[in-house]
Design a protein around this ligand. Structure first.
Ligand code: FES
Ligand code: FES
Length: 869
């Protein structure tokens, strides 16, 4: 144990630390400074741990504690209060905060720029953000916020409106900017122990033995848990229970994210250090890594039922006849890559034993009720003995749907009868949670002499990796969206979901629709070239109108707004010298025969405040903010009287926050609850209603399963629509993106536009630079730097056009917007690149393009040969 003395936020400190601890760990775990966040320690990439060291920005995760001896360390807590409040105000007013995990680090950077008077020049501010990642916002509003602070702050008379349709400031946004709203890893309770996971070293290997004796003898270690310690079901899964919480001796691993043991110790550092001492003996086996080879007769079965998880089909009309009589036909194969969510907050959970023999878990997952159900099964108890409360997470994008560490934390707390917190390192996070599916999409399509689509045949294969997760649903969604927002009279689609020993794939923003959009939009551009039409006209002739049928056979109703979004970008597309255009459609709600439910409960508590409860997750999209807007809209009550929480109370069971459905369902349910409250308030004061509760429920149970033999299938309760235009400069780099989106009703236009901007940013990375390649089932890199996420300086301006064609299923008419922002983006980029250099690209990412040069990681910068058609 060593010691170091330095000045922290103006006060002298003298603290111990152990060999291998970095300054970030010392600040967070020993000194209780949690405004410095750990997004990637010790990689030094995300910027979340930015501090001021002797007045200059530095990354705490890269610093050995000894290097700050005698020096001056300032964190967000130590900035002058006037500056802190100014930054908080400017970030919130600018809409620069979403999940908020990156924000405190950026605020420290901003403070430094303010001190130096360097906020006036926009490109200088943008360059200064080179050391920061934000996965949510697309950066523009962050730059706006910093410049606004430099200009003295927002206009005091600014009015944003706090009802439906107003850009109400983000709920608890100021706390987020100042790092005062805790994430799970910031929570500390008395007697808390720390868990660290031991992961498999090989994607496919028989585990011969697990020897934890050395780890158990290490300083501070309380216990090492293995598979035999699980009292209930050892396997979990959202749909298929195929994922072991802990792999047992004698079993075969399926990916390098498999967990073999949990080491519990009195500090995070000691738990992680001891985890390296667990000795595992393996018999290494050849992994199965190619999904098509995995379907071969001699491929080893990764799961007992074989490697083919599911086949999904949609068929209408006669494709063979239609193609034979089409004026033009094209045939093409598209390949999309595996990518990583890269939410900036790694997975974490805190579990505490509670009186009466139950357990409470603080989770950052996307479904508190699914967490509750699965944890209860692992512990072998009834669900009512497990309470799960959401701690709003630092980004998710679908990657926090599956159980990650909640089960391990709960198991450890259960076995040791003490609170246990488990926090993943960035490397572990990359190994464990499911990614976006890499798909191969083989298309044949035809059109008539006017360019009207006659038929689409698609054969899709998806690598779902080691575990099912929601892979079958992703492939169902890819199949359902295989014809995009277009009228296609003859459809023959088949999608196969295949197990391999690659990292698991599951939900990620867009959920199969992105991959399908890249393919169908490329096909449409190829047919347009055959006919002699431009990108606008071919889409204008084919987009769905009310009364047309979606690929699955669903009749589109009057809420179908795709044509409105297309028309909204017409002039921008036509006036650009080099541009690409693409349309997108994305389901709102899970549908496909499953019930979509929203529930909200409003309680008037003893302080005369409203407690608004829901089961849907706040993960930066602003759900909690818009719930307050809804209640204000219907009751007129001040939003400052309202608190919002996400809890596993059965009265607010909503299921997973997925499929772009939370806003639509939650506002519909929230409206019903709020109307009941308004009726009760009719002639009395709120304080008279203390103890009363008001419930709202909205259920959509009318959808049909995929392939159902019915005349009018209804696959989804609603859809969102978009058309995007990507404009290039003469050198082939991106000048701007125009994104017109039919959102039904923008409950909060600022948050809504912010969602789209962030999604387009992610979509540009998907198009040009992002990848998560694996060799032999092992990721080529576990460094955040190598994922290809666009930095601020690489992100072009995004001009959002909100179109409102209300949906009639209930609530205020809003459709989902969380995912569709990046559905058409890669295809629009591909179209623009073709307009620039005449190369038709059908493989993502398009790293060879001039537009990608700056943002592709150095390790992957060698030109790749594009496929040409
Ligand atoms: S935690 Fe230090 S840069 Fe990411
Ligand atoms: S707001 Fe920047 S990472 Fe979420």
């Amino acid at each position: 144990m060593a010691t170091v003395a330095f000045t922290l936020n103006g006060r002298p400190v003298d603290t111990e630390y152990e060999t291998g601890e970095h300054l970030l760990g010392v600040l967070r775990e020993r000194l209780g400074i949690t405004t410095v966040k750990d997004g990637c320690a010790p990689q030094g990439v995300c910027g979340c741990c930015t501090i001021l060291l002797d007045g200059r920005p530095a990354l705490a995760c890269l610093l050995d504690p000894s290097t700050v001896a005698g020096r001056d360390v300032v964190t967000l807590e130590g900035l002058p209060d006037r500056q802190r409040q100014l930054l908080a105000e400017c970030f919130v007013q600018s809409g620069a905060v979403q999940c908020g995990f990156c924000t405190p680090g950026i605020a420290v950077r901003a403070a430094h720029l303010l001190e130096r008077g360097l906020t006036g020049n926009r490109s200088r501010v943008t360059s200064a953000l080179a050391g920061h990642l934000c996965r949510c916002t697309g950066y523009r509003r962050i730059v706006d916020a910093i410049q606004l602070a430099g200009a003295g702050g927002p206009d005091a008379n600014g009015e944003s409106g706090c009802g439906v349709g107003g850009s109400s400031p983000r709920y608890r946004g100021r706390e987020q900017v100042l790092g005062e709203k805790p994430f799970v890893a910031d929570l500390n309770v008395d007697g808390m122990l720390h868990g660290a996971l031991v992961l498999a070293e090989h994607p496919r290997a028989r585990v011969l033995s697990i020897d934890s004796s050395t780890a158990e003898a290490a300083v501070g270690v309380a216990r090492v848990l293995t598979a035999g310690d699980i009292p209930g079901d050892r396997h979990h899964g959202l749909i298929v229970h195929d994922w072991p919480l802990l792999v047992a001796e004698g079993e075969t691993t399926r990916c390098i994210g498999d967990v073999l043991a949990v080491v519990v110790a009195d500090s995070q550092h000691r738990a992680r250090a001891a985890a390296t001492l667990v000795e595992v003996a393996y018999e290494v086996l050849e992994p199965v890594t190619d999904p098509e080879a995995a379907l071969g007769p001699n491929a080893p079965a990764i799961h007992d039922d074989g490697n083919l998880l599911e086949v999904c089909t949609f068929r209408r009309g006669d494709v063979a006849v239609a193609l034979a009589s089409s004026a033009h036909t094209v045939e093409a194969e598209f390949r999309t890559q595996r990518i990583e969510h890269a939410f900036l907050e790694p997975e974490a959970a805190l579990a505490l034993p509670v009186a009466g023999g139950g357990i409470k878990v603080y989770s950052q997952g996307q479904g508190v009720h699914d967490d509750q159900r699965q944890i209860a099964a692992i512990l072998g108890v009834e669900a009512d003995r497990v309470e799960v409360e959401l701690v709003s997470n630092g980004g998710a994008f679908g990657g926090k749907e599956d159980l990650s560490v909640q089960g391990h934390a709960a198991l450890a707390a259960w076995r040791l009868s003490q609170p246990v917190r488990v926090v993943l390192t960035r490397e572990q996070s990359l190994r464990i949670h499911p990614k976006r599916h890499p798909l191969t999409l083989r298309y044949r399509a035809g059109c008539d002499s006017d360019g009207r689509l006659t038929a689409v045949e698609a054969r899709i294969v998806g690598d779902t990796g080691a575990y099912a997760s929601v892979g079958t649903k992703v492939l169902e969604r890819a199949a359902g969206h295989s014809c995009g927002p277009y009228r296609v009279p003859n459809v023959d689609v088949e999608a196969r979901t295949v197990y391999t020993n690659n990292p698991p794939c599951g939900a990620m923003r867009g959920f199969g629709a992105n991959q399908a959009a890249f393919a169908i939009e490329g096909v449409l551009d190829m047919l347009a070239a055959e006919v002699g039409l431009d990108g606008y006209d071919v889409r204008n002739r084919n987009v769905l109108d009310p009364g047309d049928r979606f690929a699955t056979g669903q009749l589109m109703d009057s809420s179908c707004g795709i044509r409105r979004t297309l028309e909204a970008v017409r002039e921008q597309y036509r006036s650009a010298r080099i541009a690409g255009i693409a349309c997108g459609i994305k389901n709102t709600g899970i549908g496909n025969g499953l019930e979509d439910t929203g529930r909200v409960l409003i309680e008037v508590n003893e302080h005369g405040r409203l407690e608004i409860l829901t089961g849907f997750t706040e993960m930066g999209q602003g759900l909690h903010t818009i719930l307050r807007q809804v209640v204000h809209e219907e009751t007129g009550l001040d939003p400052e009287l309202m608190d919002v929480r996400t809890v596993s109370d059965p009265r607010v069971e909503c299921g997973m926050t997925t499929a772009s459905r939370a806003t639509a369902l939650c506002t519909a349910a929230g409206r019903k609850a709020a109307v009941r409250l308004a009726e009760a308030l009719h002639d009395q004061q709120l304080i008279a209603l203390v103890g009363s509760t008001f419930h709202g429920e909205h259920i959509c149970d009318f959808t049909t399963p995929p392939g159902a033999e019915v005349a009018d299938p209804v696959t989804h309760m609603a859809f969102g629509y978009a058309t995007q235009v990507v404009v290039l400069r003469d050198d082939g780099t991106i000048d701007k993106v125009v994104a017109a989106h039919d959102v039904g009703r923008a409950i909060n236009p600022q948050l809504c536009a912010g969602q789209i901007e962030g999604a387009v940013h992610m979509g540009l990375g998907y198009a040009l630079s992002e990848d998560f390649p694996c060799t032999g089932g092992v990721p080529d890199s576990l460094r955040l730097r190598d994922l290809g996420i666009l930095k601020a300086a690489d992100t072009p301006p995004v001009e959002v056009i909100l179109v409102e064609v209300p949906d009639g299923f209930g609530g205020y008419g809003s459709k989902g917007v969380g995912e569709i922002g990046l559905v058409p983006t890669a295809a629009a980029v591909a179209g623009a690149l073709f307009a620039h250099d005449g190369i038709r690209r059908t493989t993502l990412p398009m790293t060879d393009a001039a537009a990608a040069r700056a943002s592709v990681p150095r390790s992957r910068r060698a030109p790749t040969a594009p496929r040409q058609h």
